[in-house]
Design a binder for this molecule. Sequence first.
Ligand code: NOJ
Length: 561
Amino acid sequence: MTMSGKTLTPEERNTLIAQLSGTTDDQDWWRNAVIYQIFPRSFADGNGDGNGDFKGISAHLAHLAGLGVDALWVSPFYTSPQADGGYDVADYRNVDAMYGALHDFDDMLVKAHHLGLKVIIDIVANHTSDQHPWFQEALAAAPGSAARDRYLFRDGRGGNGELPPNNWPSDFEGPAWTRVADGQWYLHLFSEHQPDLNWDNADVLREFESILRFWLDRGVDGIRVDAAQCLIKEEGLPDLTESTRDTVDDPRFDCDRVHEIYRAWRSVVNEYDNRVMIGETPWIKDFSRSARYMRADELHTLFNFNYQFMSWSAKSARQVVQASLEQYVGAGSVSTWVMASHDRPYPVSKLGLTDLATTLVGIGPHNEQPNLELGLRRARAIVMLTLGLPGSACLYQGEELGLFDNTQLEAKYRQDPRFFTSPDPKYIVGRDGFRTPLPWNSSQTTFGFSTEGKSWLPQPDSYRDLCVDVQQFEEDSTLNLYRMLIALRRRFALGDGVLEYLESDRDDVLMVRNGKVTIMINFGYMPIAVPEGDMLLCSDPTVSGDDAELPGNAAMWYTSD
Ligand code: NOJ
């Protein structure tokens, strides 16, 4: 690894990283932050039961501080039957026993803050678990009761109400309605275990304001708003038609009144210093509609999923970057770039497929198997774009290790509802493959994930070479690439920068300049001559500062006058 052509020793590299570390502490911290997503069940197990937990997170915070990230986003850890990886919440003010207790959360928060790391939690407000006391109360109550009004119960259609109230599909396949014993139906845009709340009900509004305060009072720095566009449905719940599906007129989501909720939430959040709300709004296609969520009195920013869906070409990358910057900056916010999350395959796996199939949910044994060597080259290259762009970036746990999906996971281990409701479970296998427990230590069972060698999902044997203890001492490891990129990003203030597009005579090469740093990505296979300049870093470790060429499927950062 070289900096201005000079190879750093491991000690020099660590000193440099230490010098460059330190997080901002102003109200705009989210505008340039590197956020690290923790999927808690798979991060680290501190009590030996095979499930990740807060003790495990606390024990590994140094890894995150060493990586140089600014904030953690912890996916839902509340009391939950885990029908959808915790996105089915039964008690919003408590920690699921699997993850510890509230004091373990508090302990983690204090330790994270001590290390300069912000903590973002995930609020799931579109639906609760079917085990939530409100839903249980609603089931026991009569149609038309106050308890039922907190959810979206309706009578069915057909002679005896035997047909669902409308034709909406669930995002997890099948109808979005389930019938209860007395014949009424309830709406669930996701699984049947996730009944949608009625956001026109005053109890719901009051309850979530109180839940926000509960966590803000505990000191969390931010809220990720799950399925933010879904909370309000169109009045009367009209059928979907071919002309409304996935358009601005889709009755299932993005209805104007949803913004009243975020204005109310923002006024709560504004009572606290430096707190932020980031929305997850994946189904909205029209950016002018997305922009409305980022108005000054609503959410601070949105996760930018379009970035994740680019195809492997310079043209596609430029299009999505250019459009996103214009849009998000135009909306007065910043783009929060997302290349990976708990909902999509790891970049190494996705980018190693011939057919990128970027919308594919899960790669199983019967799908095309990724070329992991190619995938890793590309994943290392694309993160050099992600971390070089202005705005905020969100990394998913394990991507810093170059992890890949466990594509051979047997059906008996699968837990994702998408697998159980899959129209074709042989080919559409769900999300478990990229929720594999992290490998920390190559000489321990479960690669150090669990203190007792147990793991809720098996890990591929080949994770051994990707363990943190292996990579931290390998100069050219993916882990050290991420560490250097994050450190240099901070040093050159790239998160606050402005992007310029440079012309290349090759249409498979993207060149952009952010302040002093030029980023060159070769999406093709033919090497390309590198312009004059001092190389900071190359995704391909065989390239040195004296080399005149950038190989295919690789990227470089360099400075020039
Ligand atoms: C979005 C979350 O990211 C996903 O994991 C979950 O299944 C749905 N929302 C439903 O909560």
